[in-house]
Design a protein around this ligand. Sequence first.
Ligand code: NDP
Ligand code: HSE
Length: 439
Amino acid sequence: MTETAPTETRRTLRVAVLGCGVVGTEVVRLLTTQSADLAARVGARLELVGVAVRDTSVDRDPVVDRALLTDDAEGLVERADVVVEVMGGIEPARTLLLRAIEHGAAVVTANKALLAEDGPTLYAAADAAGVDLYFEAAVAGAIPIVRPVRESLVGDRVQRVLGIVNGTTNYVLDKMSTEGLDLDAAVKEAQALGYAEADPTADVEGYDAAAKAAILASLAFHTRVSIDDVDREGITAITADDVVWAQRTGYAIKLLAIAERSGDGVQVRVHPALVPLDHPLAGVRGAYNAVFVEAEAAGELMFYGRGAGGAPTASAVLGDVVSVARHRVLGGKGPVESSYAALAVLPASAARTRYQVRVDVDDRPGVLATVAAVFASHDVSIEAMRQAPAPLGPDGVGFARLILTTHQASEESLAATVAAVADLDAVRRVISVLRVEGA
Ligand code: NDP
Ligand code: HSE
């Protein structure tokens, strides 16, 4: 029997790649080295017609044909059927994508910052032009999460999305916990491995996770959520001591992105949290990401994989490229923005969570009762209390460390409780206040 060629590739689709950094280089590698398979899967040859960069004179990976490099991104997008944007930032990425859409190109982007800031402008333009806008790589790198939430779960009612969606901070917290590295050293390692954004502030201050949380919340709740709607706190205040005490008390510290229904609205937040060591999210190591989705009919689902890095992210980008290219070949179009539910986006103060409060107190009779009374007077219920001996204070007097875990409480009550505790004569200092999630 004669083996036939995998496909008849009558058509050629022109692909432009904007950006040739960590992700762009790997996108070019896959487009180049997998071209025969991609053609078979799409039913058309994907011809890489150009790669836009800032500086064409820089030495690049040999997989990138120098002849394809250009600093004329505007000209490039006008001669492509599919435009892949992996340059990052708001401008000129937004203008270039709008121009591509205007010229009838399908677009694929990994740019969560842009989508979380101004996604609706892009969605509307793509909808009006009748072209695809795909962005699987914008959330959690290689993990298929956008498509499952946007398509597979669209017949269900999502209640909550809870995830580790930033590889850099997970890597950093993991290194602090397993190797005792400090935050700066661990961030430098993450940068060297290509996980961190060009400016790692976006990672450590939680902006990157907040952008992803906004995108996921918009998809899950059919509601426009922008990065400005997300209550955000990064990991810069987390100390090595916090990490050690988390472990001693049965938790791992993770930067979590949480989007959940709350009454008639949704609440979206990003913050470090204590996750019980027996919870699957506590076992997510290194730059891996994991997203839990709780849906009414489906129940609990977990998506896990590499959340950052060139090759994993390029995998998600290429999945989108094949999808939009197939639509070109076969006709049709993927889903458009769905924001019909228009739920109210509530502030973090609307959320009720458990907390762990660590305080150093004088080690003498009655102190514990006094501290507990402050919690009670603010209607914050203590679930567990542990007292650990601490070293002598600077004045040579013994003190004790109290670790109090609360039942669910509002942010406002907890803040008032902590302020009142800090004012007590017997309290030396409030060391940390962390939310507890996933318990
Ligand atoms: P890099 O900084 O490594 O690469 C950016 C590339 O874009 C560079 O090649 C740069 O050119 C080019 N570029 C930037 N500005 C311009 C401009 N104005 N005109 C032309 N070219 C420009 O970024 P990454 O590859 O890490 O990230 C790209 C995108 O992918 C971002 O949106 C990021 O958030 C997203 N992403 C990244 C992940 C990762 O793990 N790195 C994971 C998931 C998403 P030059 O080389 O000349 O400087
Ligand atoms: N800087 C991001 C991270 C890349 O660390 O997760 C993936 O979006």
